[in-house]
Design a protein around this ligand. Sequence first.
Ligand code: GDP
Ligand code: ZN
Length: 339
Amino acid sequence: MKTAKTTTSEPTPGSVEGLIIDGSCGIYLVETPAGILSCTIRGKLRKELEYPESASGRKGAKNIKVKEHDPVTVGDRVRALPIGGGAGVIEAVVARATGAFQRGDPDYGGTTSVAGIEQLVIVFAARDPEPHLRMLDRFIVVAESQAMALVICLNKIDLGISLWLTGRLDVYSRLGYPVIPASAATGQGVAELRARVTGRTSALVGPSGVGKSSLLNALEPGLGLRVSEVSGALHKGRHTTTGTRMIPLAAGGYLADTAGIRQLALLELPVGLDTCFREFRPLLDGCRLNDCSHLHEPGCAIRTALQSGALDRDRYESYARLRDPSFLKLDAGEDSDWE
Ligand code: GDP
Ligand code: ZN
């Protein structure tokens, strides 16, 4: 994850604050009160952010090598100076929110990232396609490890819901995760979903065919198309799938384009995987070993609770699969767990 600091120098007169909603590779769209600016990054900022120590002047310019990757990312709040014709220059990072995704890019060998995601909305269908919930636990770990809010949306509720699925979703409700039964077809749950996404920055994830685009269109006409199309003007003639965009919502808030996010879950294990399973937290102090993996150690409070039925077995199994690196390697970045 990038560790850019925010800059403290006086803003240039005429500069405006805004949110990076799109872009990569040196050109970014910044949404400002004065409209959307197509911005480059001021060289000085690039150096400050990539090499903070060189900004002090103690290191000679010859030591400064501008890195290939930009020090800003979609989701950052920045200060930009309009230079006319809808263009601008990013001069400073104002705030960098948590909730960042990053991954190695197989084509570029670089990274794609988006910051500032406050909430993950995970969409499943009651059926067609049948829901498989292993990926849900993985996304919950992503959310918990970065203190993002999480909403589970069960679409296609008009097709009926099995007893098994009702039982599984109860487990998540009892853990405190909001579960919204919805139907893009009948409109059920759409108002609740809208209330959840309004005024914040969310990313919508889920297997294909569950009705994400349909739900978005129910939220706001045309929204599904805007989120799913990846070839905006900025991306023409370039690699189109690496950029992540922030789509403004009519009622306030943003949706992050899912193209860059779908496969980002858990390429790296967070430190403290066990704490990302919130039902484990009250038990962790009870393990005999400080560094208990909860897989095989004696005196493990998690396994004791599991055996007594106090913990959900499927959730524990998700934990164990993630904890075992060979399992993680097998799954990493694949869509397979969705299907
Ligand atoms: P996405 O791939 O997740 O964006 O899914 P789409 O929005 O493209 O929807 C996939 C299919 O499911 C389409 O044929 C939709 O008409 C259908 N669909 C979406 N939402 C619902 C729903 O609430 N109920 C039913 N019965 N079908 C739905
Ligand atoms: Zn343990």
